[in-house]
Design a protein around this ligand. Structure first.
Ligand SMILES: NC(=O)c1ccc[n+]([C@@H]2O[C@H](COP(=O)([O-])OP(=O)(O)OC[C@H]3O[C@@H](n4cnc5c(N)ncnc54)[C@H](OP(=O)(O)O)[C@@H]3O)[C@@H](O)[C@H]2O)c1
Length: 267
C-alpha cells in the first residue's frame, strides 16, 4: 500500500499538512510521541475521508527510532512514496547556559533523524524511480541566530543537506522539496521552553510580527508540491525577507540580533 509518512504529525504544521493530505485521500503513516493523540487523530481521519491511517508512536530524539520506523514499515508492507520530515524543536537562551543534553537531543531530532529517515527511504524511491521527500527547514535556516544558535544551525544544516541531495535525486526522478516556514502560530515556543520567564524576549510575539496559521503554511506547502518546486518559503513577507537576508552580511545580522536579544533578555 502506498503511504505518506509524516513526522511531527500530531500538532502544529504537521497536523495541518496531515489534514490537507487526508482531504486528498492519501493514505497516511503518522509519527509523533503521543500515542493517544495519534490513535484518535488517525481514527477520525480514516472515518471522515475513507483512507487508511496508521501510526507509530516514537521519539525521534532517540538515535534508534528511525531504523525502528523503517523496519516497522517493512513489516507492515507499506510503500512510502512520500516522506515528510517535519518534526522539530527549538531552543533559546545563552548557549553556554543551556542544557547540553537538550541541545544534543535537538540535533538528534532536527538533524540526525531527518538524515537517517532520508537515508533509509531514499534507496527504495530511487529503485522505483518515483517518490517525494519534503524537509521542513525554517526562515532560521538563512542566518546564524545568537541565543538560538543550535536551532538556527540545525535548520541551516537541513537547508544545505536538502539542496545537495535534491540534485543527487534528479537522475532517479525522486522529487525533493526544501520548505521554509516563517513564524507560525503553533506549540513551537512552548515546546522550546521559550514562552516563559526564562526565555522571555526570545519567544515570538505573534501579535506584532507577520505570522501564518499552520493551515496557511500547509496550503503553501501543497502548492509548492503540486508545482514540483524544489525550494519554497512560506508567506509573501518571508519570501521578501529571505531575499533581503541573502544581501546583508551575516556579521551585521548576527551583531544586531545579539544586541536585540541581550536587551530583551535583560543581560
Ligand atoms: N512554528 C514556527 O514558527 C516554525 C517556524 C519555522 C519552522 N518551523 C518548523 O516546523 C516544524 C513543525 O513545527 P511546529 O511549529 O508545528 O511545532 P509543534 O507545534 O511543537 O509540533 C511539533 C510536532 O512534532 C512532534 N514531536 C516533537 N518532538 C518529537 C520527538 N522527539 N519525536 C517525535 N515527534 C516529535 C510533536 O508531537 P509529540 O509532542 O506528540 O511528539 C508535534 O506533532 C519544525 O521542524 C519547526 O522547526 C516552525
Amino acid at each position: 500500500m502506498k503511504v505518506t509518512l509524516i513526522t511531527g504529525a500530531s500538532g502544529g504544521i504537521g497536523e495541518a499538512i496531515v489534514n490537507r493530505l487526508a482531504e486528498r485521500k492519501q493514505n497516511l503513516l503518522l509519527i509523533a510521541r503521543n500515542a493517544e493523540k495519534l490513535e484518535k487523530q488517525g481514527r477520525e481521519l480514516a472515518e471522515k475521508f475513507g483512507i487508511q491511517v496508521q501510526f507509530i508512536a516514537a521519539d525521534l530524539a532517540d538515535p534508534e527510532t528511525a531504523e525502528r520506523i523503517f523496519k516497522e514499515t517493512q513489516n507492515r508492507g507499506l510503500e512510502i512514496d512520500m516522506l515528510i520530515n517535519n518534526a522539530g524543536i527549538g531552543s533559546g537562551g545563552e548557549f553556554s547556559s543551556l542544557s547540553l543534553k537538550s541541545e544534543l537531543s535537538l540535533l538528534q531530532l532536527n538533524v540526525s533523524s531527518l538524515v537517517a529517515l532520508t537515508h533509509l527511504f531514499l534507496p527504495q524511491m530511487q529503485n522505483r524511480k518515483s517518490g517525494t521527500i519534503i524537509n521542513i527547514a525554517s526562515m532560521a535556516s538563512f542566518i546564524p541566530i545568537p541565543y538560538m544558535a543550535t536551532y538556527a544551525a540545525s535548520k541551516m544544516f537541513v537547508r544545505s543537506f536538502t539542496q545537495a541531495v535534491t540534485q543527487e535525486c534528479k537522475p532517479y526522478n525522486v522529487h525533493m522539496l526544501l520548505f521554509c516556514p516563517g513564524l507560525t502560530k503553533t506549540n513551537f515556543n512552548s515546546a522550546a521552553g521559550i514562552d516563559n520567564e526564562k526565555g522571555g524576549g526570545l519567544s515570538s510575539d505573534y501579535s506584532n510580527s507577520p505570522t501564518q496559521t499552520p493551515e496557511e503554511v500547509a496550503d503553501e506547502l501543497l502548492q509548492a508540491l503540486d508545482k514540483k518546486r524544489s525550494f519554497a518559503v512560506s508567506g509573501r513577507m518571508n519570501r521578501f525577507g529571505s531575499r533581503l537576508l541573502a544581501l546583508i552580511p551575516n556579521s551585521f545580522i548576527t551583531r544586531n540580533f545579539a544586541k536585540l536579544y541581550r536587551k530583551r533578555l535583560k543581560m
